[in-house]
Design a binder for this molecule. Structure first.
Ligand code: ZN
Length: 140
């Protein structure tokens, strides 16, 4: 496994009016999911309008962070600093009923499987930049 290149700065999330609450939540070690204030539908990534009822009023809920792997890809190439490879990227079906893309750790990249129960965790990767990632449920 290649270790991350320490000299490369980590890319930052592009903050918008719609997604700032999500990244503020990550900084506080919370997984916040946007919810339509009218029909209560959850959606991620955050967007200005509900695709179901076309409402514009949004709030959010704190997700449990539990879910299952809906899909995944194991990235081997090209290696882009500062990431470590192989880099396991998962689409997680959250228990609350929406999906989000994240990184998976704590699993042999050759053993990643759809349907595996996972749990969110958080890390500070650089200065004030916190990111979410997932690990198998029950693992430390
Ligand atoms: Zn709605």
């Amino acid at each position: 496994m290649n270790e991350p290149t320490k000299s490369a700065r980590h890319p930052r999330p592009g903050l918008t009016h719609d997604n700032r609450f999500f990244w503020d939540g990550v900084a506080q070690r919370k997984l916040l999911i946007q919810r339509c204030a009218t029909c209560r539908r959850l959606q991620h990534p955050p967007a200005p309008m509900c695709p179901s009822c076309h409402g514009f009023e949004m709030d959010f809920v704190e997700a449990s962070g539990q879910g299952v792997i809906h899909s995944f890809v194991v990235v081997h190439h090209p290696p882009v600093p500062p990431f470590a490879y192989p880099n396991v990227i998962v689409l997680v079906e959250l228990a609350e009923g929406t999906r989000l893309v994240s990184r998976l750790v704590g699993v042999d990249p050759d053993a990643v499987a759809i349907g595996t129960a996972v749990q969110v965790d958080f890390e500070t990767v650089e200065g004030d930049l916190a990111l979410h990632f997932f690990r198998p449920a029950g693992a430390q």
